[in-house]
Design a protein around this ligand. Structure first.
Ligand code: ADP
Ligand code: MG
Length: 317
């Protein structure tokens, strides 16, 4: 049997009700995040990515469907899900870097003060800010502030790290650097990440799996594997081809209008099964669902399966 998903969204519709109207942010979105995944929600602005992250964080209850963590329904925020946002002002300005990182550890009563300090310094060093432990946020650059937010989040050792466009407000060079650093942190700590972006390139670099969402209201358009791409591959023809394909899947009106591709759901391929060659397959989510095509997944070469198997994750292809 495959590993159980850590975080599971099933048929999640999200709505905002105001007195005047109801805005539907997402419609019937399902996805599974496994331990150690770097799972990316990718879609155009306004398609409900942040709303999905808020729902995973327990800040927004689905109007239909459910979100569960370890099989238990998420019905409120908790220290097992910590978020990093785009905004640079997510750090209380009256606390130093170290105090910022220590704060949730103390507030959640997870650690005693000296343990919290030790844990905080460990993560501050990991993000390269040892020399700034006693600095206040206003003396730091945007990239440094985001590093503090990341250190603060990882120090909590959450079950899932939630990131909402954390690098979107940074200059291009810093953004690339931060993507790289996040990858290195993941190599070390193998945390589970749910990452939101509207950048195709960022999705490919950061994620090992990508969920493509249609424009407002967000519906699942496809899901694909991207573990083969990283910082090193951004210039490669394969990377460009993947980016182009995602672009088509996201924005090709014709593909969107033509509805689901009529391929029946198939049973997941066991991890051990040999795969002749990488192939691009599409499956419909099920007859009658008003989705614009669901699950375009790159079949992985056998070597990749082995790598994934080592970390205990399995894929349905
Ligand atoms: N607090 C809110 N009240 C009303 N509508 C909202 C609220 N937050 C988001 N929305 C609407 O929900 C939709 C999805 O928003 P959001 O999740 O922020 O999208 P994304 O993060 O993909 O840009 C948008 O149409 C947006 O206007
Ligand atoms: Mg957003």
């Amino acid at each position: 049997m495959g590993a159980q998903p850590l975080l599971r969204a099933q048929g999640v519709s999200l709505e905002y009700r105001t007195r005047a109207q109801t805005v539907r942010a997402t419609h019937d979105v399902s996805f599974d995040v496994y331990q150690g995944d770097r799972f990316v929600l990718l879609g155009p602005s306004g398609c409900g990515k942040s709303s999905l992250l808020k729902a995973a964080g327990g800040f927004l209850a689905p109007s239909a469907g459910s979100i569960s963590l370890h099989g238990k329904a998420v019905n409120g925020p908790g220290p097992d899900r910590v978020a990093v946002f785009q905004e640079f002002d997510q750090l209380p300005p009256w606390k130093t870097v170290k105090q910022n990182v220590m704060f949730p550890l103390l507030a959640s009563r997870r650690l005693k003060r000296h343990e919290a300090e030790e844990r905080a310094m460990h993560w501050i060093a990991k993000v390269g800010l040892e020399a700034f432990a006693d600095a206040f946020p206003h003396t730091l650059s945007g990239g440094m502030k985001q590093r503090v937010a990341i250190a603060r989040a990882l120090a909590m050792q959450p079950e899932v790290l939630l990131m909402d466009e954390p690098f979107a407000a940074l200059d291009a060079l810093t953004r690339r650097k931060m993507q790289e650093e996040l990858g290195l942190l993941w190599e070390e700590a193998k945390f589970t990440l749910l990452f939101v972006t509207h950048s195709i390139e960022e999705a490919l670099v950061v994620g090992n799996r990508i969920l493509l969402l249609s424009p407002h209201p967000g519906r699942v358009r496809a899901e694909l594997n991207s573990h083969q791409f990283g910082m090193h591959s951004t210039g490669s023809p394969e990377f460009q081809a993947a980016a182009n394909r995602i672009h088509r899947l996201l924005f090709d009106e014709e593909a969107a209008a033509s509805g689901p591709v009529a391929v029946p759901n198939t049973a997941p391929v066991p991890v051990e099964a040999p795969v002749a060659e990488p192939a691009f397959t599409r499956r419909a989510a099920g007859a009658g669902l008003p989705l614009a095509g669901y699950v375009a997944i790159d079949a992985l070469p056998p070597a990749a399966y082995a790598a994934i198997d080592e970390t205990g994750r399995r894929y349905a292809v």
